[in-house]
Design a protein around this ligand. Structure first.
Ligand SMILES: [Zn+2]
Length: 197
């Protein structure tokens, strides 16, 4: 998304710094300054044993691709609240998040090219009932060692690689996810199972 051409408040044409076209633009009529920022989003890396819950997208962009549950933050919303809200909306599950966030990834969204700043938390299920939302075709648990080929958004494959590397290098550590005892034999690849709805 390009920088504003007109003031969104009073519709006056905004001055442009040709050397820094994405710099903040101050409106000479109403005095408002308009910043051109990446859009904040948050997501939940919901783990169960060594599997991660992904959502098959039913809408563009990346229709038919597997995505991490998440979405854009609302005005004034903390990323942790946004990650929990989106997880519940998209999967029907109530999740508890690890703190601090696991990763912050930059990307862009769809054809508009809006830059996005994506905050991800590792999460575990503490309630709810799994069911895909209207804009999801399916939910499925994938072993971190056997992820699907078609993963939505450019940054998500790298994100999931980092998650798999973390689980190998720091097994069962962490603040909330690592409270269980390890289960023998659960770290190897195994077929993913469909979520019962
Ligand atoms: Zn204005």
């Amino acid at each position: 998304m390009p920088a504003f051409t007109y003031c969104p408040y009073c519709a006056t044409r905004l001055p442009v710094d040709l050397l820094r076209p994405d710099a903040p633009r101050a409106c000479v009529a109403c005095g408002a300054t308009h910043y051109h920022n990446s859009k904040p989003a948050a997501g939940a890396l919901i783990l169960r044993d060594d599997r991660v819950l992904l959502v098959e997208r039913a809408v563009e962009p990346f229709k038919g691709y597997w995505d991490v549950p998440g979405g854009f933050l609302e005005l004034g919303e903390h990323p942790a609240d946004g990650a929990r809200r989106e997880a519940l909306e998209e999967t029907g599950l109530i999740v508890e998040l690890e703190d601090p966030p696991f990763a912050i990834m930059m990307d862009h969204y769809g054809d508009s090219g809006d830059f996005t700043l994506n905050v991800y938390y590792v999460a575990r299920v503490v309630g709810g009932e799994a069911r895909p939302s209207d804009d999801a075709a399916a939910l499925d648990w994938f072993p971190l060692t056997a992820l699907p080929e078609r993963i939505a958004f450019d940054h998500c494959a790298e994100l999931l690689r980092r998650l798999a590397a973390r689980k190998i290098s720091r097994p069962r550590s962490g603040t909330t996810v690592g409270t269980r005892s390890p289960v023998p034999g659960e770290s190897g690849p195994s077929p993913s199972s469909h979520v019962e709805s």
